[in-house]
Design a binder for this molecule. Structure first.
Ligand code: MFK
Length: 558
């Protein structure tokens, strides 16, 4: 009989996730777990029984833009995929945004929320994009204490009722760029009645189908640069469901995230509401940036976990050269390396979620706030890179089958590739890390975090790794202090510095968790992950490369 390979199957994402389940047991109280664990199990069943099959059935469909109706009216209608329509309902019902705001788990509400997001993300066809911005918009509007918008919009953004729930866009990027947002060209005009309207082009709007958006524009007469921008709220449609002076020019033809209807928009006297002051719009939108960057990190670890789960299942089934892949030393070595990267990334990401929850509760002191400010870009930039590397490696674990679209595997890599790009590229976030490190409290807060992790290690090997991590961080901070005045040198080393801090802290946090796993639950696996991650290298700082040499090499100058 001819040979047919058993395909990899999706395991129950929650039941099979040792890392998430142990984290929940360590961090949440018994009474909290009695509510949270059934919520996670229930969402996990939805992923397994409904979203995953729908994602496969929907594979070839993409959003479409219809600019005109048959009678010549400009309609600019975007039809999203069947999965996206269902995801909107499920996301509201399962509280993927709401859980962060209902505070049922107190300061751990963000950790609970992001545990749900983490299960949902890989089967959502990146519906996490509008959800991230919805969460970011809710937090931004709350932080500006805008009573009218709070009552009108935030209540909908955080609703569990799918008939009421809204999503939000974040329209920042213009043709001038997605990084240097201060160059935005959109103009804000105020009429004699005091009403604002916006005119300009938004170049990368990923949630055009949302009911509202937060966006930046320059009030007429304001100076150039980011300080001259202001933050505005736009409601996309009027009472008849028509776009409010917004034209959709086209949908982007992207490498991945192809289910996300990313559009180029023109605003022509689009009515808008000023959210805070008429200046400092970039600073005003930063709560949004920090929340979406947290979502980005959570999506990164979710993609890592899904890739690993599929690769592991396949390794049990696939036989080559007389043995299962699961018994082949080199294949096993590869999977173990991937698992160690994932567990370290998980530790850093959920630490950010915990800090965000404490911040929502107003429970962070000055050091805690600086720690959150620093760890958010660190987690985003390091996990984005890990997600691409790991989804690529996972694809290779299937050989040629992993490269074939209808296995459902290539989409993981394509969609992961956006994670280091949007919401701030790796380099832009490395510069953000330097911005956060400009405050000495950030250094102290980081040192306290390492010290806490070292103290938690009750086992010598783990303590040794945590101390190594602490020393790598100290070397990086000492280098920064030594080169304090050399701004271009510091910038050139920004990524290596950020990666060193991210990887060393990930290791320290993983050691701390591993110690708990070992002593409380007798589980050695997190310790093995920590030891392997330490071996893979945490210190990326290499001093001494001259800027002139880099420039000659990079630009191929003689
Ligand atoms: C799966 C989940 C997916 C999520 C989906 C999202 C899809 C959306 C697609 C996109 O739109 S992607 C494009 C997203 N673009 C970005 O994320 C922007 C990237 N660029 C930056 O982050 C730049 O660093 C930044 C625009 C913020 C630089 O702005 P400036 O004004 O040139 O720099 P400046 O003067 O340092 O910062 C202005 C103020 O903001 C300063 O405060 P002060 O006015 O008090 O001095 C900064 O300290 C503050 N600030 C900047 N970044 C901050 C921050 N504060 C807190 N947190 C931060 N991260």
């Amino acid at each position: 009989m001819a040979f047919y390979q058993d395909p990899p199957a999706l395991e129950d994402p929650y039941e099979s996730d040792r890392v998430l389940r142990a984290y929940i047991r360590r961090v949440f109280s018994q009474s909290e777990r009695e509510v949270l664990e059934p919520a996670l199990a229930s969402l996990s069943r939805v992923v397994l029984d409904e979203l995953d099959p729908l994602q496969r059935a929907d594979r070839l469909y993409e959003p479409t833009l219809t600019a005109w109706d048959p009678w010549g009216h400009r309609v600019d209608h975007i039809e999203v995929t069947a999965l996206w329509k269902r995801a909107k309902v499920l996301a509201a019902e399962h509280g993927l945004v709401a859980t962060g705001y209902e505070r049922a788990y107190g300061a751990l509400s963000r950790a609970a929320q992001f545990a749900l997001v983490y299960l949902f993300a890989p089967s959502s066809d990146v519906y996490t994009c509008p959800l991230a911005m919805t969460d970011g918009a809710a937090r931004t509007l709350r932080s500006h204490k805008h009573a009218t918008l709070d009552a009108h919009a935030v209540s909908r953004l955080i609703s569990r009722d799918p008939t009421l729930a809204w999503t939000s866009g974040q329209w920042m990027t213009e043709r001038t760029g997605g990084s240097d947002v201060g160059r935005s060209e959109t103009v804000a005009r105020r009429d004699p009645s005091g009403a604002w309207s916006l005119s300009g082009t938004k170049w990368f709007t990923s949630a055009t189908t949302s009911e509202m958006a937060l966006t930046l524009a320059r009030p007429e007469g304001n100076p150039e640069g980011s300080k001259g921008l202001a933050l505005f709220y736009v409601e996309t449609r009027d009472g008849q469901g028509l776009l409010r002076n917004i034209s959709i020019n086209r949908l982007k033809d992207k490498l991945g995230t192809r289910k996300v209807p990313t559009a180029e928009l023109s605003l022509q006297d689009t009515p808008a509401t000023l959210v805070s002051s008429t200046t400092d719009g970039v600073r005003a939108i930063t709560p949004m940036l920090n929340v979406t960057r947290t979502w980005n990190a959570v999506c990164s670890i979710a993609f890592m976990r899904r890739s690993l789960s599929m690769a592991r299942d396949y390794a049990r089934k696939r036989v080559a050269f007389g043995e299962r892949l699961a018994d082949k030393p080199l294949h096993v070595e590869t999977l173990a390396d991937m698992q160690s990267e994932f567990e370290a990334a998980f530790s850093l990401t959920f630490r950010v979620c915990e800090l965000l929850g404490l911040d929502d509760d107003g429970a962070l002191d000055g050091h805690g706030e600086q720690l959150l400010r620093l760890l958010t870009p660190l987690a985003k930039l390091s996990t984005g890179k890990q997600a691409v590397a790991l989804t690529s490696e996972a694809m290779e674990c299937f050989g040629g089958a992993g490269y074939v679209e209808d296995t459902g595997l290539p989409v993981l890599l394509r969609d992961a590739q956006v994670l280091p790009i949007w919401e701030g590229t790796t380099n832009v976030l490395s510069l953000d890390v330097l911005r956060a490190l400009a405050r000495s409290e950030a250094h102290e807060a980081l040192r306290e975090e390492f010290a806490r992790c070292v103290r938690n290690c009750r086992e010598t090997a783990l303590e040794t790794h945590a101390l190594d991590a602490q020393r790598a961080c100290e070397r990086a901070l000492a280098w920064l202090a030594r080169n304090g005045g050399e701004l271009r040198v510091i910038e050139a080393h920004g990524r290596k510095l950020a990666m060193t801090l991210a990887r060393s802290l990930s290791l320290a946090l993983l050691c701390s968790h591993a110690s708990w796993s070992l002593t409380v639950e007798g589980d050695l696996r997190p310790s093995l992950a920590a030891a392997r991650y330490a071996q893979r290298g945490i210190d990326w700082m290499r001093e001494g490369s001259a800027l002139d040499d880099a420039s000659r090499l990079a630009m191929d100058l003689s």
